[in-house]
Write a protein that binds this ligand. Sequence first.
Ligand SMILES: Cc1ncc(COP(=O)(O)O)c(C=O)c1O
Length: 420
Amino acid sequence: MHYFKTEYIKYKNNQLFIEEISVNELAKEFEAPLYIYSKNHFIKQYRDFENAFNDVNHKIFYAMKANFNLSVINEFVKLGSGVDANSEGELFRALKTGVDPLKVILTSVGKTKNEIKLGLEKNVLMIKAESEEEIELINKIAGGMNKVARVAIRVNPDVDAKTHPYISTGLSSNKFGVDSKTALSIYKRRNDFSNIEFTGIDMHIGSQITSIDPFVEAVEKLSELYFEIQKDGLKLSHFDVGGGIGVQYNDEDSFSINEFAERTIPLFKKLDCEIIFEPGRFLTANGGILVTEVLYNKKNGNKNFIIIDAAMNDLLRPSIYKAYHHIQPVHTFENRNEIVADVVGPICETGDYFARDRKITESKSGELLAVMSAGAYGMVMSSNYNARRRPAEILVDGNNYDVIRNRETFDHLIWDEKIV
Ligand SMILES: Cc1ncc(COP(=O)(O)O)c(C=O)c1O
């Protein structure tokens, strides 16, 4: 069986390690299911991104929706990153790290009045608006607060990012942004919005994108619009290309950050403004694993099942996207057979699975498995379904580790509820 490994997550003497810490030791102490992250993977990904775009005036805003643990956000903030926050709650979390609000952008296809108000109160760098009605509301709320809102319009460039339909966002049939024509007409009407300063233009065409061509096509389309706006006398200071860069989960074709930079830098150099990137998955996905214990093996007819103690409430991606995650033993043994099995959780839903018909090394009850590439869209999508307590999260840095979130207690499960 092929084992997934990275510079910071690999086997030493048949034991899986995150940096210098044995996964087995952590699981003994904190029990499974357990999320473990490699801090140095996060740092490396951030620096690789930064270095790739050294030649252009740019700024990274970590898309915290990928992994919003305060310590994880804080690691990127310490490296100089800004933060892309997608809701009031995300803005609250981001500001808890002490990040300068002028390094925060506020996103979301449908912001509430309270979200807009909070963004203005906190004086975030930019609010990204996704409809004409929203722009009118931002203008009204900013007026009532005697403020001028800095706004970017999210444009839907109508480009097929060729990713899973649930995470493709740049087609005109998707709910995101406004089309180029509408965007141009709003920028032209800028004098109607006395409490808005249009400072940017934005796109985000999808997530887990594994081909550069859709990005290039979208950047070209957005650039045309940028220049039309400039011709109309409005000079924008930010050109935001969103996130979406894919990572390797299995054997998909993908591109390196340097290849991405090589293709896009010539386009960015034509623009006379700051380029904004909002990577999420690229920075965190392959820096995390979900450790789980095998509860039982069984056979129904000809089908093998490995029943584990993690479930769809801990990691939802396979259930909602049919996403692939490599699953491998924490301790490898010689002479183990390979079987074909479904790896499933204990929840009473057929969709509660991690792998289907997967060729996998046989494992025994009580042994540990690692679900790889779980650092993005893992814990953030977790829930208490089936009244299951969310796992703890551990951040490893070389020989050290910190618990950055404790496993939930039973009291968390009923927090703020009452029997009437
Ligand atoms: C507006 C926006 N920016 C950035 C991201 C981050 O995307 P990714 O994690 O694929 O880089 C997302 C994710 O959906 C998003 O909606």
